[in-house]
Design a protein around this ligand. Structure first.
Ligand code: Q0N
Length: 287
């Protein structure tokens, strides 16, 4: 690379670079985190799987909402994106009661100001999907917020708009996943605003790192569901009695291989494309 490319920031598993004033490069690594700790062992091709899935969903939902994807690079793990002014909230949609939604419901009977029926079970489907935004914590955990707090951060009009778009996206993708035997329990979306003031879907979308995907044939409400992608990793880490603080444990080869197979399986089921075809030509993900 002869040009200077500014490194703008690191997520736990992705890096962001500025290509120029209008464009960013988003690079997905093969790093994996569990219990909020990045492990020292990588999962080969994980970054390509997530990049391909995200690109696939951007292409599939482009008619519903414009998105930041400009180009998918030949390496299959890097995307050129439009540079936006990001909104300071995480746009979460939940169709099922899991994670922090379940915790909040147990404590208060509500999630982000949505009062829910009494007697719901952990992982149960909600009467209808709900928009449950969160603040973007720089360190530590995102905090769930209600409509008033969200509207104070982005404005009433923008709040209504991202709520409507997030729910539309969730409905569209969850219906498609359901036909493939996969439950989209919940998902986290990020939006930005372009120079013309239009909302644009950004970041990654509908990947296993940003969503809970559950195999429908193993769905058993009344407890937590096994993770489609990370369950081998979690089970292995639990078996060690690791205290879930940095540093995490190295993963043995069978856990790495099993987890890699699960990621590729998710890619192939959701996109209907062989992962080998994606590696040979990432453009196939765009349809
Ligand atoms: C941006 N983040 C979130 C990647 C994700 N299109 C954009 N324009 C301006 N800023 C951003 C995007 C996007 N996507 C998104 N931060 C900046 C967190 N990052 C962390 C690093 O990896």
């Amino acid at each position: 690379m002869s040009d200077t490319v500014m490194h703008l920031g690191s997520g736990k598993v992705r890096e962001l670079y500025a290509l120029d004033d209008e464009r960013l490069l988003l690079v997905a690594s093969d790093r994996i985190s569990t219990f909020d700790v990045v492990l020292p062992t990588e999962i080969p091709d994980k970054g390509r799987v997530l990049t391909g899935l995200s690109a696939f969903w951007f292409a599939q939902t482009g008619a519903l909402v414009p998105n930041h994807l400009l180009a998918l690079r030949e390496d299959g793990r890097s995307t050129e994106c439009r540079r936006l002014e990001m909104l300071p909230i995480e746009c979460v949609v939940r169709g099922y009661l899991a994670g922090s939604g379940w915790k909040d419901y147990l404590a208060t009977g509500e999630v982000c100001g949505h009062r829910l029926p009494i007697g719901l079970l952990e992982s149960q489907q909600l009467p209808e999907p709900i928009f449950t935004p969160a603040t973007k914590a720089q360190t530590g955990h995102d905090e769930n917020i209600d409509r008033a707090a969200g509207a104070a951060l982005v404005g009433e009009g923008r709040y209504d708009e991202v709520e409507r778009l997030s729910l539309e996206l969730y409905r569209s993708v969850s219906e498609r996943a359901a036909k493939l035997g996969i439950i989209l329990a919940d998902t986290k979306l990020e939006f930005g605003v372009d120079a013309e003031g239009r909302l644009v879907l950004a970041d990654e979308a509908f990947t296993p790192d940003s969503s809970r995907f559950w195999p429908a044939d193993e769905f058993r409400p009344g407890g937590p569901q096994p993770s489609f992608d990370k369950q081998f990793v979690r089970d292995y880490c639990e078996s060690l009695g690791w205290d879930k603080t940095y540093p995490g444990p190295e993963l043995p080869a069978d856990v790495v291989d099993g987890t890699r197979t699960r990621y590729i399986d998710a890619f192939e089921r959701l996109t209907g494309t062989e992962f080998g075809r994606y590696l040979a030509d990432p453009g196939v993900a765009l349809g």
